[in-house]
Design a protein around this ligand. Structure first.
Ligand code: SF4
Length: 222
């Protein structure tokens, strides 16, 4: 089975539900020289972008933490990144591929927003750094870029949902309120704790630790 279809199956229970492909030629035409496939991973024929949309990834994350809240949350400064690394280590079998994650300690800073756009996952929006996609609304997270030697069917850039929109998102001033005001797929809005975690990390982390009855052991590192 094709890599993208296989991953859509095995990763669905963890909320990884957005997949898009950039063929090598299209990727290289858009990438600066030091970030082209020859530099990043010469055997590449396709770049598969993996995203999460809606609240399901967060809910799977909470279930994952519940297994061992001390190791997976209290002692973990970036638990969401660790969650993705763990899920990928256990479930992603991509022979010959190189995988990049948009993590704080990533060895290379790839432009995930641009890659997602090229892969047909969202477009830059009136919400600044938040991509908006007709299928997923404003509730997207970008999780991985898989440089694979497989030839996968190329995607195209999606329609820009903001074009022609009355833009109710321009009314609020608070960034989260603006995102919540987006009228594309509001049914996919993040859960409340997920929203707090993304927009007010110290408070979100404190609430998360409280939920799992653990003391935050990383407070000094944040
Ligand atoms: S409300 Fe309209 S203009 Fe604003 S982000 Fe959503 S689609 Fe774009």
């Amino acid at each position: 089975m094709r890599l993208d279809l296989r991953l859509a199956d095995v990763l669905a229970p963890y909320g990884y539900n957005g997949f898009g492909v950039i063929a090598r030629a299209r990727f290289d035409a858009a990438a600066p020289l030091p970030f082209r496939c020859d530099a990043l991973h010469p055997p590449t024929r396709s770049v598969l972008i993996v995203a999460t949309a809606g609240p399901w990834h967060w809910r799977a994350f909470l279930e994952w933490i519940a297994v061992d809240p001390i190791t997976r949350l209290a002692r973990q400064p970036h638990p969401l990144d660790t969650f993705t690394a763990d899920v990928f280590a256990r479930h992603v079998d991509a022979p010959g591929a190189r995988i990049f994650f948009p993590t704080v300690d990533a060895p290379l800073r790839l432009d995930f927003l641009k890659m997602a756009e090229l892969a047909g996952i969202g477009r830059p929006s009136e919400l600044g750094l938040v991509l908006v996609d007709p299928r997923f609304g404003a509730w997207l997270g970008l999780r991985a870029a898989i440089f694979t030697p497989e030839d996968l069917p190329d995607n195209t850039v999606a329609a820009r949902a903001c074009d022609g929109c009355a833009a109710p998102c321009r009314v609020p001033t608070d960034p989260l309120a603006r995102r919540l005001a987006c009228n594309v797929r509001p049914d996919l809005a993040y859960d409340e704790l997920q929203r707090i975690y993304h927009y007010d990390r110290p408070r979100g982390r404190a609430l998360l630790c409280q939920r799992f009855s653990v003391a935050d052991e990383t407070a000094a590192q944040l």
